[in-house]
Write a protein that binds this ligand. Structure first.
Ligand code: FEO
Length: 174
């Protein structure tokens, strides 16, 4: 595996793991607020990001590279509101997408078409996660501080009623 590609993949491993850590802190906060639907959703997001990290670790090792297990920054513990959580989620996912795009550039520069092909799965996943975060943030903005609305929002999130399934949905187990 080319050095620059390995470096970029290891950097992405760190970002996926950091995302998992960040979403775990969000789940923890939501659980303490009694927002059980939101916490279930964020625990699931955290698990998905860990899966994204593991998929990269295995790919690097299988291709003869050396995956590095990163350390993580301590995530923030407190959030201003439910809306704040989903604003940060969207902001964070946009940054991850930028990082995946840079990874694609490195693959093309280094003519590593196998890794380029592997990364397409992440591009599709990012598209889905960004769209989902936008949809949920829009709903959270509508609800604002209205207590009854918050209750329904949280319940709907638990029932996945306001999650979306874009046409390009990718099975995370593949
Ligand atoms: Fe795996 Fe949502 O970044």
């Amino acid at each position: 595996m080319k050095e620059q590609v390995e470096k970029a993949l290891n950097s992405q491993i760190q970002k996926e793991g950091q995302s998992s850590h960040f979403y775990l802190a969000m789940a923890n906060w939501a659980e303490r607020q009694g927002l059980n639907g939101t916490s279930s959703f964020m625990y699931k997001q955290s698990d998905e990001e860990r899966f994204h990290m593991l998929k990269l670790v295995k790919f690097v090792n299988e291709r003869g590279g050396r995956a590095l297990i990163p350390s993580f920054e301590k995530p923030q513990e407190e959030f201003e509101s439910l809306m704040h959580v989903f604003e940060l989620l969207l902001e964070h996912e946009i940054k991850v997408t930028e990082s995946i795009n840079k990874l694609v550039e490195v693959c093309l520069q280094e003519k590593d078409y196998t890794t380029h092909n592997f990364i397409q799965w992440y591009l599709a996943e990012q598209l889905e996660e960004e769209a989902q975060a936008r949809t949920i943030l829009d709903k959270a903005k509508l609800v604002g501080e209205d207590k009854a609305g918050l209750y329904l929002f949280d319940r709907d999130l638990e029932n996945s009623a306001i999650q979306i399934q874009p046409a390009n949905t990718v099975n995370p187990e593949t």
